[in-house]
Design a binder for this molecule. Structure first.
Ligand code: ZN
Ligand code: ZN
Length: 355
């Protein structure tokens, strides 16, 4: 355990003295007013006489004159007075090492000038950025208002139906050639099925062991430094230590699980089928009364998907045209060519709805 010598400054003449010295060269004896401190970079003491002084026990202050005396002294070296009840010892406690504060100014010079500068700059900076933020905010609010006005704001206009068109188509499908596989389209024509062995990769969870290590307490303890220093009360300091349990590293078998794939053969259904394929589409269109095209089907053909599309064109008094797509035949039939309707359009000119 390392021992370090402290320092103290004479309250009478201001000279810095070693912790082992109980009297300043000026003649002033060390007393309660003189605090003993440890410099963080103080080297460990090796001199046997100093080591002996450090382990002698805490010093005591004379009850008559206040001078500091070594632990073993029975009388005061300053006034020869006996050690009395009123004589108390130096405090023995753990402390962080510290340097003596600067005496001339009474405060330490701070080495973070940036903090003070930041405090000065802060109000200016915030005022500047506040104006910038306000300007940017006004632009954004204005832009959003314009967008809302353009797309949400609507007006009603009178318009005439100038064009009505419908288109309807029917797809014609034909059965394709014979195909086979593990899957088939749900609407395909099934020819036959059979059970066949199918090779599959099946996930299997397996448990394995591996070598692992862990720390186990041995039951013994050892002393380690805490990083703090204990004031020995006689001008010296020593490292503070604490007892910690001793551990050892042991190796053991650890179980863990892993997924691996195994190839297995299972019976599965094999399909032989013919799928429907699009061969053509019949289309019909007109202005009024929508109807479906008539489809002539050959053997192995069917009528497949049906599509329909309706379109109405309006002309406003200002000469603008709007196109509208009715969703079904019922809605489409409500629009007579030449009839007048009211349209709701937004400020961009898009048709929103038809009344
Ligand atoms: Zn002095
Ligand atoms: Zn004394």
């Amino acid at each position: 355990m390392a021992v370090y010598e402290g320092k103290w400054r004479c309250s009478s003449c201001g000279v810095l003295n070693q912790g082992a010295n109980l009297q300043c060269p000026c003649g002033n004896p060390r007393g309660k007013d003189e605090e003993i401190f440890l410099e963080p970079d103080a080297p460990a003491v090796t001199d046997p006489a100093l080591l002996a002084a450090a382990s002698a026990g805490p010093n005591w202050f004379c009850g008559y004159c206040g001078a500091e005396n070594v632990h073993t002294a029975t009388g005061c070296k300053q006034c020869s007075g006996n050690r009395t009840q009123s004589s108390d010892g130096r405090k023995v406690q753990a402390t962080e090492p510290r340097r003596e504060v600067e005496r001339s100014t009474g405060m330490r010079v701070r080495d973070e000038p940036t903090e003070a500068m930041a405090a000065l700059d802060a109000p200016l900076l915030s005022l500047f950025s506040l104006r910038k933020c306000a300007a940017a905010g006004a632009v954004v609010v204005g832009f959003i208002t314009l967008l809302v006005w353009l797309f949400v704001g609507t007006k009603e206009v009178e318009a005439t139906v100038t064009e009505t068109t419908w288109t309807r188509s029917v797809q014609v499908d034909q059965l394709g050639p014979r195909e086979e596989g593990w899957d088939r389209p749900s609407d395909s024509e099934l020819i036959q099925t059979e059970q066949r062995p199918r090779v599959q990769e099946v996930p299997v969870t397996v448990t394995r062991t591996r070598k692992a290590t862990k720390e186990v307490p041995t039951g013994e303890t050892k002393k380690v430094k805490t990083g703090r220093k204990i004031d020995t009360g006689n001008g010296f300091f020593k490292d503070e230590e604490k007892e910690v349990p001793v551990t050892k590293t042991v190796t053991y078998d650890e179980e863990y699980q892993e997924t691996e794939f195994r190839t297995t053969v299972v019976p599965a259904t094999w399909y032989v089928y013919r799928a429907w394929r699009k061969v053509r589409a019949e289309e019909l269109s007109g202005e009024r009364d929508p109807r479906w095209p008539t489809v002539v089907l050959l053997p192995e053909q069917r009528s497949g998907n049906r599509r329909e599309e309706f379109s109405v064109v309006f002309l406003t008094a200002e000469g603008k045209t709007h196109k509208h797509n009715p969703s079904d035949e019922g809605e489409f039939q409500q629009f007579q060519k030449g009839s007048r309707r009211r349209l709701k359009v937004n400020n961009v000119g898009w048709l929103i709805s038809v009344k």
